[in-house]
Design a protein. Structure first.
Length: 157
């Protein structure tokens, strides 16, 4: 998605992007028992890393990628990303509430659209989630409404 700021166009980036687009970069590495993302200090082109991932491992299972936001994305509604709206129903990923350091922030669609609340939840987002995580499946589904998410969370509490 391209936004216009003054006279120059700026390409926004999706922090839950595709691994195989030409511009894709590795945003971070999934780490620990909870699979939270540990962000890289600097972007690394995905093409440089993908060959190092063993063939029997889905790259999105261990890495988080960022790629350009595109207007034909399933999560796009006008200029907004509906995925980040659903991500806001998830608990904050960090106890401290500090915003993780991220090289993508100035061009991030989620930051532009939501701000710090998106950043606080971003480390817990999995581009490829485990099949046994029902909430993650609901959040990832573009057809899921906020009301459905709220009802699921209330029922499981």
């Amino acid at each position: 998605m391209t936004t216009v700021g003054g006279d120059e166009s700026v390409q926004t980036w999706c922090p839950s992007g595709e691994a195989h687009t030409p511009e894709s970069v590795v945003l971070g590495v999934r780490s620990g028992a909870d699979g939270s993302v540990v962000y890289l200090a600097d972007p690394v082109p995905a093409a440089e890393v993908l060959g190092s991932v063993p063939a029997d491992i889905e790259p999105r299972r261990v890495l988080r990628f960022a790629s350009h936001c595109v207007s034909d994305c399933l999560h796009r509604r006008g200029t907004d990303c509906t995925l980040v709206e659903r991500v806001l129903t998830r608990p904050v990923a960090r106890e401290t509430g500090s915003v993780p350091r991220c090289h993508l922030r100035t061009q991030c669609q989620w930051w532009t659209q939501i701000g710090v609340d998106a950043c606080l939840r971003c480390p817990a987002v999995a581009t490829r989630h485990h099949a046994d995580d029902a909430l993650a499946e609901l959040v990832a589904d573009p057809a899921t409404t906020k009301e459905q998410l709220d009802a699921w969370i209330a029922a499981s509490s």
